[in-house]
Design a protein around this ligand. Structure first.
Ligand SMILES: [Ca+2]
Length: 331
């Protein structure tokens, strides 16, 4: 009898966890800046803790190495079955730093063996991101998926344009309206109307389309927010003594050889999507528009579906403490 009660309690708990778990799809330009790498570290940990189900990682960064790098991370974090969507139509990103995805994939252990293992045998079989979105969304419960987009809007705009296929009779726009609960993005600058933010300018038409046509609420963490919370270089240098090799730490050091504090743009979007608590202030509903030059404008509007995030100095300090605690923890 006692055993049965314990079993039922266990089942109840497991189902409860299941019900509370957020379904997240991560849309990233992994390889351009290193905040994407810090952000995905958090997602792997949320997934390991049962707080989210990481349904897929979608790439809007071109090239051979971003998918290999995600495979490497999936493997290192013990979550190798997370599907990866690739982009065949990605914007050609303007790159400032070294593409750490290639360097980390090619690191060796001194005897010529790969330092970090990968799992996928044939990368040519990975689905294009819009197709993988359709496959996953078709199977999802209604209004159950949160998309966190911390790169360009290319894949999201393409998804809206998709037609009925083997996965669903719905168009992309209908599928998003039915299955997605909300989109959380890192994009734009809401305080400076003459600032051209990187994620916007690398694919302006796609970003315009998403803010014009995306059928669910959109929450945006703008440039000025991540700039107020810088991940400390001293943490990268001092807090990872528990492992000889760490792919995210290596990525950080490759991207910033003169190691320095880095804004936490993409991390703020992930945190808001998964664990917002009272970390952020959220604007009134409104409409965000993107000009042909890549400037972003927010206009309050009672029936608007767009919101942007901001933080007080006190909230910024609390978020920074949270990031450091989360990222320096063993997976
Ligand atoms: Ca990014």
């Amino acid at each position: 009898m006692r055993k049965t009660i314990l079993l039922l309690l266990g089942l109840w708990f497991a189902l409860g966890m299941q019900a509370r778990r957020l379904n997240i799809i991560f849309e990233t330009d992994m390889g351009n800046d290193v905040d994407d790498a810090l952000a995905i570290d958090m997602l792997y940990k949320y997934a390991r803790q049962g707080q989210i189900r990481l349904m897929a990682v979608m790439l809007n960064k071109e090239g051979e190495f971003p998918p290999k790098y995600i495979d490497l991370l999936n493997t290192w974090y013990g979550q190798r079955r997370i599907p990866i969507g690739v982009s065949n139509n990605s914007a050609k990103s303007i790159v400032a730093g070294t593409n750490y995805t290639q360097v980390v994939c090619e690191e060796t252990d001194g005897q010529g063996r790969a330092l970090y293992k990968r799992s996928i045998k044939d990368y040519s079989k990975l689905l294009p991101a819009p197709k993988l979105y359709r496959k996953l969304l078709a199977k999802a419960k209604d209004h159950s998926v949160t998309i966190v987009s911390v790169g360009f809007s290319t894949n999201l705009a393409l998804l809206l344009e998709t037609e009925a296929d083997e996965y669903s009779p719905l168009t992309g726009r209908e599928l998003v309206a039915q299955k997605v609960e909300r989109l959380v993005t890192m994009a734009g600058h809401m305080e400076n109307p003459t600032f051209r933010e990187y994620n916007v300018v690398n694919d302006i038409p796609a970003c315009q389309k998403v803010y014009r046509e995306w059928p669910t609420p959109i929450y945006t963490s703008p440039f000025e927010l991540g700039l107020q919370i810088k991940y400390p270089a001293r943490s990268i240098e001092n807090d990872f003594g528990w492992t000889a090799h760490h792919p995210i730490v290596d990525s950080y050091k490759v991207y910033l050889p003169k190691i320095e504090d880095r804004p936490t743009w993409d991390l703020t979007a992930v945190l808001f999507a998964v664990d917002p608590q009272d970390f952020f202030s959220v604007s009134a509903p409104g409409q965000i528009t993107v000009t042909d030059e890549g400037y972003t404008h927010y206009q309050a509007q009672t029936d608007g579906q767009h919101y942007y995030l901001s933080v007080s100095p006190d909230q910024a300090r609390r978020i920074l403490d949270y990031f450091v605690a989360k990222i320096t923890k063993k997976p």
